[in-house]
Design a protein around this ligand. Sequence first.
Ligand SMILES: C[S@@+](CC[C@H](N)C(=O)[O-])C[C@H]1O[C@@H](n2cnc3c(N)ncnc32)[C@H](O)[C@@H]1O
Length: 505
Amino acid sequence: MTDWTHGYNIEQGYTYGVYRELAPDWMDVCAMLAGFAVPSEGAQGQLRYLELGCGQGFGLALIASAYPQIEFVGVDFSPEHIAHARGLAHAAGLDNVRFVEADFLDLARDWPPELGRFDYAVLHGIYSWVPPELRHAIVGCLGHALVSGGLAYVSYNSMPGWAAMQPFQHIAARLQTKSALPGAQVLNQAVSLFQRLKTGKAALFDALPGLGSRIDALQELSPAYLVQEYLHDNWHPLWFSEVAGEMRGAKLDFVASATLPENLLPAMLAEPMRTTVGEIADPMAQQDVIDCAINQSFRRDLLARGRRRRFAAAPGAADLIVEALARPAGDTVAIKTSFGEFTLKEQIYGPVFDALQDGPRRIAELLARDDHANVLQGLILLAHGGHVAILKEGVRDFAPAQRFNRACAGAVLTGAPYSYVAAPAIGSALALRDVDLMLIGLRDEGVARDALVPRLLESLDRLGRRLLRDGRPVEGDEAQRLATELVDDVIANRLPAWQRLGVVS
Ligand SMILES: C[S@@+](CC[C@H](N)C(=O)[O-])C[C@H]1O[C@@H](n2cnc3c(N)ncnc32)[C@H](O)[C@@H]1O
């Protein structure tokens, strides 16, 4: 056991994820929709952004490439993660992001002056997986890092949604401490043990009716994620009010949820729940009760150091820009949220997409057309579902994001497990298939249209991989036909959208 980990499981390097909620524009949009000012208002000089526990740095480097006007710093105590992050930033030629190997405990004790202060400070997937003294250190870091008016983002496994998984986590972590096996194998053992308990009708499954399906769902998730999720010495799902109370130590106050539709609560709860929740006067207790109403399991809280309400006539949510991404095909579209699925009718989204046909529009222009509350609620749900993007600023310099995408696509051709590209026009990321990234890489290498099919098949072959049709690997003529279909679809349908979003030139 190494001693620098404080019980944090570093057995497997972390995944190469990107979280759209960590993009500066996304955070600003959530704060503005909730009626609060954002860091750029009143900022002195260049905006600065810090990620505490940046993991492999893939997400931070991607966001940095889409926001060349902001300076980014990523901190993590894992040398493996920092080395990967630095290599990626270097390969992409990014000059606005750097990565620092450091421990939150040391930083909280002695904040290095050269790190400076930040307008945004974020941490994703950490706060409920570390011991209380590390949570205290993280709050210390946020206190040192954030400027007045700065925004913090903290996500965590929350109560009461994780109550049902507590027995599984406890047993998995116990098995791990008594075993010399790698974490992924211990987790397999724990999953099969719980499946046998379920088959044997263990009383636990009657008391926690959601447990069985959650155990079944574990089989679909990646071993790297599962090890990070469950095999920590520390695993503490937290109540909103606990986190909000701890964040007061850094002078932070809750502003909004970065899970967009949750800002529509409690108004979107069905009666009588809406009235029951609405009657609770204490805002902290009210959030906790909302979380009971929806059985909340993961929160993404935005907090401000110095919360500033907007003045009534100051520019605000109405000035945000809406851009169409994917018009729903049918007469209705279903949007899944943490509090149920909502169906939007064509009467709501149709006029919005008609108005966006010739390009992005300000929310004010869309609201002028119809009933405000309905349109705004519709826009928030559509943005959550990925059908529109809501942005604070418009077009940016696309060149750094395209350099980043080129570096990633080239790396995927050599086997890198990346599955996102930067989409600078919307200040965010797009999730792509590996074949999409490979085709972007081949196009960047200057491979001619006619040669894309054989070169794609060759590239897959070099990596010992096959194209899949309905999950089944295909060979020979069938592979040739499938590769031709893929390439035709990418050139005709996907490439124009990628170009519009600034993914490729
Ligand atoms: C669950 S991962 C999340 C990574 C990244 N934020 C993401 O969501 O992809 C948590 C990260 O925090 C880092 N970490 C944990 N404890 C730390 C500490 N005491 N100091 C610095 N980094 C730490 C780990 O190395 C890991 O990369």
